[in-house]
Ligand binder design. Structure first.
Ligand SMILES: C[S+](C)CC[C@H](N)C(=O)O
Ligand SMILES: N[C@@H](CCS)C(=O)O
Ligand SMILES: [Zn+2]
Length: 347
């Protein structure tokens, strides 16, 4: 059984979904880092995609934990799952393609288990007390070329002169084709570090006739630019021009920068805005370790959510080093706000 969201045009998918969710939706939290918290060793060029081979049961568990925490969107384990990366590990192209499909199947299976539990958490009640299931979408993750490089290059955005828009398109083409036909509801292009890669994705979506919608989530280290130094505004303009995108936003970025970024995005797009920041810690790509930040705590993060909503965001979640607890807290903030009388705003 698929999601409860009726398949319509790309643009209607998100509108109808957000309507069903009362105007805002909860995205899941850090996926790879949650696998790691449960003991997975992902210090590997495949990072979280290694678990598609070694521990698919853990992939399902983490999806279920996020569903139980209130997520309306779960993102697949395919962030660093590339055909090129799997082949470098000795797998055949066919096996690599199967693992990509498997990442989506695991998310769909988790959604199915969650629905079948029919527990309180999977049902919402309308004002008349009638039960309806919480809508859940499966978003197929596509990490950047920098993610495949496996050295934290998604936080530098510098790919060198040998990488062109055409080479990026060739790098991503087959994976995007497979994920588009995998049963996912949409594609999540995540942690985009430069304008060139955004342009390559737009071309691919259009030239390959990708028939499921997508979102773009950029990363930033200063609240103004993406890691390559290009402004978030010019990157968002590229995204806004693409009819197949049903949301534009920011992920894996310190929470303290999100507010300014949302305000900038709102200047150039009417599309729904998605934000799923990381914990504020800094990634050491060479040693694959997170370095604590003095400046932020999980509590601060959640206290920002109402403001991001006022500034125009409508999809909220977490990225690296956030956990199901973060998502529970976001769910609580948003549901309290929705049920509060409008004259009792928090800000
Ligand atoms: C978003 S970063 C933390 C992902 C991991 C990185 N591509 C690596 O392989 O180290
Ligand atoms: N969806 C990915 C993004 C990494 S930046 C994850 O949460 O692991
Ligand atoms: Zn992240």
């Amino acid at each position: 059984m698929g999601s409860l969201v009726k398949k319509g045009t790309s643009s209607s998918l998100m509108t109808e979904f957000l309507e069903k969710c009362d105007g805002y939706a909860v995205v899941d939290g850090g996926f790879a880092t949650e696998l790691e918290r449960h003991g997975a060793d992902i210090k590997d060029p495949l990072w979280s995609a290694k678990c598609l081979i070694t521990s698919p049961h853990l992939v399902t568990k983490v999806h279920l934990d996020y569903l139980e925490s209130g997520s309306n969107i779960i993102i697949t384990a395919s962030y660093q799952a590339t055909i090129q990366g799997f082949v470098a590990k000795g797998l055949s192209v066919g096996e690599a393609e199967s693992l990509l499909r498997r990442s989506v199947e695991l998310s769909c299976e988790a959604r199915e288990i969650f629905y079948n539990r029919c527990n309180k958490g999977s049902w919402d009640f309308d004002h008349a007390g009638k039960a309806s299931r919480r809508p859940v979408l499966v978003a197929a993750s596509v990490g950047s070329y920098g993610a495949y490089l496996a050295d934290g290059s998604e936080y530098s955005g510098v790919y060198g002169d040998s990488v062109s828009k055409e080479s990026l398109k060739d790098f991503h083409r087959r994976r995007v084709q497979i994920l588009a036909k995998s049963g996912a509801d949409l594609i999540a292009f995540e942690t985009i570090p430069n304008k060139l890669e955004a342009e390559a994705y737009v071309d691919l979506l259009e030239e390959e006739g990708i028939d499921i919608p997508a979102w773009f989530a950029f990363t930033s280290k200063d609240g103004v630019t993406v890691p390559s130094g290009e402004s978030i505004i010019e990157c968002a303009e590229v995204a806004d021009s693409c009819k197949k995108l049903v949301a534009i936003g920011i992920n894996c970025t310190a929470p303290r920068y999100i507010s300014d970024l949302v305000v900038s995005l709102r200047q150039v797009t009417h599309k729904p805005i998605i934000v799923y920041p990381n914990s504020g810690e800094v990634y050491d790509g060479l040693n694959k370790k997170w370095i604590k930040s003095e400046e932020e705590s999980e509590e601060d993060f959640v206290s920002y959510v109402s403001r991001w909503r006022e500034e125009g965001a409508s999809l909220f979640g977490g990225c690296c080093r956030t956990t199901p607890n973060t998502i529970k807290a976001i769910t609580n903030v948003l549901s309290c706000e929705s049920s509060a009388p409008t004259n009792l705003k928090f800000w």
